[in-house]
Design a protein around this ligand. Structure first.
Ligand SMILES: O=C(O)C(=O)C[C@]1(C(=O)O)C=C[C@@H](O)C=C1
Length: 440
């Protein structure tokens, strides 16, 4: 009888996110979570109770975030990120990490590692209590989901679609959203990776590789853009349109057709553009953003549905510290990234490993190989050729629990010098209808 052995060491292909670095040896993740999350919770509750929460349908993403809570969260994230670095440096310098004072002039969170008991020469280890093990009291039952942008951003809507009852946590950069999950401040991150008109969001491909989070799901969000301005502002007054670069590129033709040949300026996110206009009372500037952003920041909708195509969809991935267990009872997708020392010549072989097994690829992306961007080739003695080096990202339609996918990856492993499974996760199969455009 033939014995079936797994062809790929699945464990080695999935890499797990580590506990917060620099703190792990003194404060375990659970204790770390108690200290930082409970502070933020207090700030959040205060802010939420003092502002009226405009609820999004199907989720509890309210405007309560707009005021203090968001500011608190964003400074908390910045402080936290710099604190981890400064703690690491302090620990390295002094061989110990006692108190941590203000960072960048901000008042700090209480993230000080637990001190040894000074009156006991040989402190006994303290038994774990149930409180050490259960993060539930700080979290409530709500999942905390980090996204890039401010309330009203499409990423916030994507977080609500992915996790309908979540507490959405705005982050000012993609990198901060990754760190929020790694540092146990958020449970998940929801980040855009590609848009049907604008293409890939390269930054997130690079960050997926740099960080150790796992893709645990995907959501596709129809993106319906509006042109927003202060009440009373007319199209003729505009000298500038601001938005996220993806949103600007998704509306380029429509803006031109509308006669808006004014300056385009890129900002961090669509809703942030709307907020900026409102905060600075800009009567010559319009933002491309969602109708929810108009509502949150008190702007009027000058034009509705200005995306160049009615089928404007952005695909987001959900990220977690742990992978999910792949299944075969529903359609799954798997995302991998690979490279080879001998450059792009292996690409055909890798792709054929999937073709042979009738596994469809849904996406292929290449990014510069940051560790070794250029390879010098000098085989003809006529100067030195320079080859650019790439990392290849491939999504394919199969679960890692499917033996076809395991065999394909075993083969891919033979052809590559680096291979990592970024995640195996359920495909977003929600029925979808194109949204209307300004021309309809
Ligand atoms: O700016 C926002 O609202 C975002 O959520 C970001 C983002 C993106 O990065 O592509 C998300 C969806 C749209 O495609 C436009 C912008």
């Amino acid at each position: 009888m033939q014995s079936l052995t797994p062809l790929v060491d699945l464990k080695s292909l999935f890499r797990t996110a580590a506990a917060p670095s620099g703190l792990g040896h003194r404060v375990g993740p659970a204790r770390y979570l108690i200290q930082c999350v409970s502070r933020f919770d207090a700030a959040n509750v205060n802010a939420n109770s003092s502002s009226s929460a405009a609820q999004t349908s199907g989720s509890n993403l309210g405007s309560g975030y707009v005021g203090r809570a968001r500011h608190d969260w964003q400074s908390a994230c910045a402080i936290l990120a710099s604190k981890v670095v400064s703690q690491q440096q302090d620990t390295e310098k002094s061989g110990g990490a006692d108190g941590v004072s203000a960072v960048n002039g901000h008042p700090t969170l209480d993230l000080v590692p637990i001190k040894e008991q000074s009156n006991s020469p040989t402190p006994l280890p303290k038994p774990l209590s149930i409180a050490d093990l259960s993060p539930a009291p700080m979290h409530g039952s709500q999942l905390r989901v980090a996204y890039q942008g401010v309330p009203g951003a499409y990423s916030e809507a994507a977080a609500g679609k992915a996790y309908p009852n979540c507490e959405a946590i705005p982050c000012d950069q993609f990198e901060v959203a990754f760190q929020a999950v790694e540092l146990w401040i958020a449970d998940r991150a929801v980040l855009p990776v590609e848009n049907s008109l604008g293409g890939s969001i390269h930054r997130n491909y690079d960050l997926l590789l740099r960080h150790r989070l796992h893709i645990v799901g995907e959501v596709q969000l129809p993106v319906h853009h509006c042109l927003l301005a202060l009440p009373g502002v007319r199209k003729e007054y505009l000298t500038r349109v601001i938005s996220h670069p993806q949103a600007l590129s998704q509306c380029e033709h429509t803006l031109t057709k509308m006669g808006l040949n004014v300056a385009r300026e890129a900002v961090d996110d669509t809703a942030g553009a709307a907020e900026y206009i409102a905060m600075n009372n800009l009567r010559d500037t319009a933002a491309i953003a969602s109708a929810r952003a108009a509502e949150l920041y008190g702007l009027q909708i000058l034009a509705d549905g200005i995306q160049d195509d009615s089928g404007n969809v952005t695909r987001f991935v959900m990220l977690a510290r742990e992978p999910i267990i792949p299944r075969t009872d529903r359609p799954f997708k798997t995302s991998i990234v690979f490279a080879h020392d001998k450059g792009t010549s292996v690409l055909f072989k890798v792709l054929s490993a999937f073709a042979f097994r009738n596994i469809s690829l849904t996406k292929i992306e290449s990014r510069p190989h940051r560790n070794r961007p250029i390879r010098l080739v000098d085989d003809a003695n006529v100067g030195t050729a320079k080859h650019f080096e790439y990392m290849f990202y491939v999504d394919f339609e199969a679960s890692m629990a499917d033996v076809r996918a395991q065999n394909a990856l075993a083969e891919v492993q033979e052809f590559t010098s680096f291979l990592r499974v970024l995640g195996s996760y359920p495909m977003d199969m929600t029925p979808w209808a194109p949204s209307s455009t300004a021309g309809d």
